[in-house]
Design a protein around this ligand. Sequence first.
Ligand code: ADP
Ligand code: MG
Length: 285
Amino acid sequence: MDQLLLDLDQMLKRLNLANARRIWQDLVRKAEEEEWGFTQFLTTLMAEEIAHRQQTRLRKLTRRAKFPFLKTIDDFDFTFQTSLKQTMLGSYLSPEFVVQGRNLILLGRPGRGKTHLAIAIAYKAIQNGFDALFTTATALIGHLSTALQNGQLAQTLHLYVQPGVLVIDEMGYLSYGPDAANILFHVVNERYLKSRPILFTTNKPLKLWGNVLHDPDLAEAIIDRILERGRLIILDGPSYRTRDQKIHLDFPDQLDSVSGARFSGISTPKYTEPACCNSHTNSTF
Ligand code: ADP
Ligand code: MG
């Protein structure tokens, strides 16, 4: 390599243009073969660098989000959960969802696609330029409870307050310790004050969160903050996991006692939701 090429290589390195450094020689060959102008060459080199950086960023943030599996909104079969239309989730798939700090509670029995949708929405937020963290309610409460006992609540809380989007999966599936409500309130309130969104999935109607958290008053304060800029979506269509099996598990029909937005694969929706995305829907519980 002559000196000029060595200098260029060093300069690209110094500018952290790793991808440009890797591809520029191939691109020069292509440009010569196809007789590109200088502008086209430079534009292509820069576009390749940007695309590469976006891919790297997406990979890094997806790994950091700790999703248990990666599913996108395109993977979700809306013909299966028939009355949940993609347009109903519109605002949750746009950057506004994060910027405006909206929340979402996905309520339903197992296999309805709650975790899938929460992951898909969080992944979309990553694609839109934000970061995200997925956790289960059990892991979050356990982690913060230990931190509280060790006098490290503030530092540990930061891990759950800082991400652009927080997914708290399986709220109410397992039983929690006596400080659960207190801990969850800290997370919800800190994020509420900073207008940062939370996506919850749960199989428990909101009125039962008081029992689950051993503190009805704090549970109400938590739900109040979530729904001030948030929405409850009930998925009560068939289970996707057991879709090919003609079985019916007799599940206590608690979900029917909850008011709010009902999107179902089976029954008629109780409430008509806006077809698009700009309104803040406050649901009651
Ligand atoms: P839940 O959290 O409600 O128990 P999951 O989101 O874990 O259910 O869904 C169980 C499995 O079924 C996952 O692999 C998910 O991707 C898939 N699934 C659920 N609903 C749908 C759907 N409507 N379209 C495509 N896949 C679905
Ligand atoms: Mg789930």
